[in-house]
Structure formats: structure tokens, C-alpha cells
Design a protein around this ligand. Structure first.
Ligand code: PGA
Length: 251
């Protein structure tokens, strides 16, 4: 059994003060949890203060992006070396918003993943089809291409977590059905097995897209779901703690 992973992707939300206020409520709500991993990905400017606030807790520091070069004349960018220096453990790479608004190609995503792994940062590698791609039956071609190009030349998959995030489910309130998730995760698992053989067993596959306290239980009980990447609902400490403690709501 894999350790389940629950990651908050705060996107471009929360000032430092707001981030610390969140943690005042969230840390005590989850402090007893030992059997799963919890991560928070704030904006870059909150990383240091969030990192200090969660030191010695069961919450891991995550980043939303990284550039592929280690240093240099790249105005506005942040390198994996800098993230490692702040004790970041996981970096989200290839999120569909990065692909869409910042023109990140599969090739760029691949370079970023490699660069993070070189610094021993674990990567949450996001893939997923658009609505148009799903409607024209291209979902599996897209997932196959994104996986194969994203991990090209990466021999060791130990630092990789996949997040399947159908673009049409992100921030829309439309969650993928259990059978859609099961089918996509099963396909991803097969592709990874083709690439990595038995080592693929260790690669966790998260679901992301309109996860809420209301739908988390059924998502977590779907085959091959090893955790979730949560946007909107992770901004609220009560909602995100309910997601992390999803079994408790059932009783
Ligand atoms: P959402 O975002 O939960 O707001 O749909 C998920 C994500 O983009 O990671």
C-alpha cells in the first residue's frame, strides 16, 4: 500500500499573513495524522514563512513551479537549487495552467522535471486532457504523449508522482466520474509499467480537479487513486482538513 498524498495547490492566492492565518487553524486540525502525507504549495514568496511555520509538523513544503536552469540571467525565475535551500520537498511541474498561460511544452516540462530530480526534489508531474480532446476521443493519446515526453530520459522514477488533472475539471466544479478516473489512472499505470517495469508500482497517481469534502470519499475509494491535488477547496483550512481526514466524515 502506498502512502496517500494530499496536496494543497494554492495557486496565486494568499499573502504571507493569510497563509500564516490558514496554518494557525490547519496545523492543529491535522497534527495527529501519521499515516498519510500532507503538502502545501503556497506562492514562492510565502515559501520561507510557511516553511518556518510548518517546521516540526507533519506538513510538507511544496512549490508550484521551478525553472530548469540552476542559476543565471533569467529574470523572474526560481531554480530548484533555491527551492531545495528552503527545504521544499515536492514541486508541481506541468500544471495545465502553466501549459496554457505560460506556454509550457512537454519539452519544457521534461527539462524542469529533470532539473528538480537532480536536486533530489520530488516532482508532482501534472497531466490531463482538455474537454475538446476528451470529446474527440483523444484523451489516451494526450496522456500517453504527456507521460512519455515528460519523463523522457529519466531512468529513475522514484522521485515522480503523477497528478491526473482533466483540464475540464479544474476549477469548474465538474468532477470526473469514478469510472473516468479509474479508466485514466489505469491507463497511466499501464504506460508507466511499460516504461519502468516493476519500479512503476512505486509511482503514486493523484487525482485533481474540483475535489471537495463532499466528493473526496468516493474519489479516494476509486481504484489506483493514491491521493489528490486540491486547488479551490484547499484555500479553506476546514475544507482542506476534511479532505485530508476523508474517512471521518462518513460516520
Ligand atoms: P481545483 O484545482 O481543485 O480548484 O479544481 C485543482 C488544481 O488545479 O490542481
Amino acid at each position: 500500500m502506498q502512502t496517500k498524498l494530499f496536496v494543497a495547490n494554492w495557486k496565486m492566492h494568499k499573502t504571507v499573513k493569510e497563509a500564516l492565518n490558514f496554518l494557525n487553524d490547519f496545523i492543529p486540525a491535522v497534527e495527529k495524522i501519521k499515516d498519510r502525507e500532507i503538502g502545501i504549495a503556497p506562492t514562492f514568496i510565502c515559501l520561507e514563512s510557511v516553511g518556518k511555520a510548518i517546521k516540526n509538523t507533519n506538513i510538507k513544503l511544496c512549490a508550484q513551479n521551478a525553472f530548469y536552469e540552476k542559476k543565471g540571467a533569467y529574470t523572474g525565475e526560481i531554480s530548484p537549487v533555491m527551492l531545495k535551500d528552503l527545504n521544499v520537498e515536492y514541486v508541481i511541474i506541468g500544471h495545465s495552467e502553466r501549459r496554457k498561460y505560460f506556454n509550457e511544452t512537454d519539452e519544457i516540462v521534461n527539462r524542469k522535471i529533470k532539473s528538480c530530480i537532480e536536486e533530489y526534489l520530488k516532482v508532482i508531474f501534472c497531466i490531463g486532457e482538455t474537454l475538446e480532446e476528451r470529446q474527440s476521443n483523444k484523451t489516451f493519446d494526450v496522456l500517453k504523449r504527456q507521460i512519455e515526453k515528460g519523463v523522457e530520459d529519466i531512468i529513475n522514477p522514484d522521485y515522480i508522482v503523477i497528478a491526473y488533472e482533466p483540464v475540464w475539471a479544474i476549477g469548474t466544479g465538474i468532477v470526473a466520474t469514478e469510472s473516468q478516473i479509474e479508466e485514466a489512472h489505469g491507463f497511466i499505470k499501464e504506460r508507466l509499467k511499460n516504461l519502468y517495469g516493476e519500479r512503476a508500482q512505486a509511482i503514486r497517481i493523484l487525482y485533481g480537479g474540483s475535489v471537495t469534502p463532499e466528493n473526496i470519499y468516493s474519489i479516494m475509494n476509486t481504484e489506483n487513486v493514491d491521493g489528490v491535488l486540491v486547488g479551490g477547496a484547499s484555500l479553506d483550512p476546514v475544507k482542506f482538513s476534511k479532505i485530508v481526514k476523508y474517512e471521518e466524515q462518513i460516520n
